[in-house]
Ligand binder design. Structure first.
Ligand SMILES: NC(=O)C1=CN([C@@H]2O[C@H](COP(=O)(O)OP(=O)(O)OC[C@H]3O[C@@H](n4cnc5c(N)ncnc54)[C@H](OP(=O)(O)O)[C@@H]3O)[C@@H](O)[C@H]2O)C=CC1
Ligand SMILES: O=C(O)C(=O)[C@@H](O)[C@H](O)C(=O)CO
Length: 277
């Protein structure tokens, strides 16, 4: 497997074109899964306070042979920690749990619009960046209007917006908005949580053409859209399969055909109405 390529974010830092989701990877088994991923070439680990596995992520970073500076660790501020000072305290809590002295990319996990504190939370993230607690700051599950509000209120553009994105929900309009502002798109549930997506005829046919798996076709589609997918797998073989997607290239027509599988969100994760604390 060749190395996972990187891109440069709008604050000048590097960011992998593909990473590892860690939702539900916990305990010794979780640490072993994450360490295996790093040892096979993953350089981006995606966690959150609400995954209750920051300790395991930090342990995997320490146990792996990659070295801290070769890795990018993302964490996320939960809804119950929204607010300017609360955000800084939340990040300090994450650093304690991770056992690390900085977080590479900090995100606001969900905007929780009815609470009305995401702009204050963003100000706290800017404070944390100035204090050197985090290197880069971004958001997750933010709409175009919410990001515009952050930029107008603070002048600081998020480096990343991590959103639901897979062939059933390709997020065309939001991706265009990100591109206009130099925001990197990051895809959560990039495999649609292994739903019936992976047996779609188009994907199995393309897999035959390129002599890869349907999963690899989907992940290559993400990277060609200019989004960083973070597939979760606990299994080292599937982790290697998921990261080994840079040795072939889909045509533009094939990318468009996969995007045409669009049918909607996996569950009711609309950030205008879905809120998580
Ligand atoms: N910001 C947000 O609000 C959200 C962020 N996320 C992040 O995104 C990450 C990924 O999303 P997630 O919801 O986990 O879903 P994914 O789309 O990554 O799917 C994960 C599922 O696919 C299976 N799988 C992985 N690789 C393969 C393969 N090659 N062949 C067959 N099955 C495979 C996994 O099983 P197995 O482990 O057995 O391989 C698991 O059941 C999360 O872990 C989390 O970090 C997720 C949801 C919301
Ligand atoms: O995985 C995440 O980051 C989430 O936000 C999850 O809680 C997600 O919302 C979910 O799995 C809900 O079923």
């Amino acid at each position: 497997m060749s190395a996972i390529p990187t891109v440069t974010l709008n604050d000048g830092t590097w960011f992998p074109e593909l990473g590892l989701g860690t939702y539900n990877l916990r305990g010794e088994e979780g640490i072993a899964a994450m360490t295996a991923a790093i040892d096979s070439g993953y350089r981006l680990l995606d966690t959150a306070v609400n995954y209750e596995n920051e300790r395991e992520v930090g342990e995997a970073v320490r146990r792996s042979g990659a070295g801290r500076d070769a890795l990018r660790v993302t964490s996320k501020i939960p809804g119950r920690h929204h607010g300017r000072t609360e955000a800084v305290d939340s990040i300090k809590g994450s650093l304690d749990a991770l056992g690390l002295d900085r977080i590479d990319l900090q995100l606001i996990h969900w905007p929780n619009p009815s609470v009305g504190k995401y702009v204050d939370t963003w100000r706290g993230m800017i404070d944390a960046r100035e204090q050197g607690l985090v290197r880069s700051i971004g958001v997750s599950n933010f709409t175009e209007a919410m990001i515009t509000e952050l930029i107008e209120e603070t002048g600081v553009v998020p480096v990343v917006n991590q959103v639901e994105l897979h062939p059933y929900f390709p997020q065309g309009a939001l991706r265009s908005f990100h591109a206009m502002h130099g925001i990197r798109t990051e895809s959560w549930s990039p495999l649609a949580r292994r739903s019936e997506l992976l047996t779609e005829q188009l994907l199995t046919e393309l897999a035959t053409v390129y002599e890869v798996t349907p999963t690899q076709i989907v992940l290559r589609w993400h990277t060609q859209l200019g989004s960083t997918p973070i597939p979760k797998s606990a299994d080292p073989d599937r982790q290697r399969e998921n990261a080994d997607v840079f040795g072939f290239r889909l045509t533009d027509e094939q990318v468009d055909a996969i995007s045409a599988l669009e049918r909607g969100r996996l569950w009711d994760g609309d950030p205008l109405t879905h809120e998580e604390m």
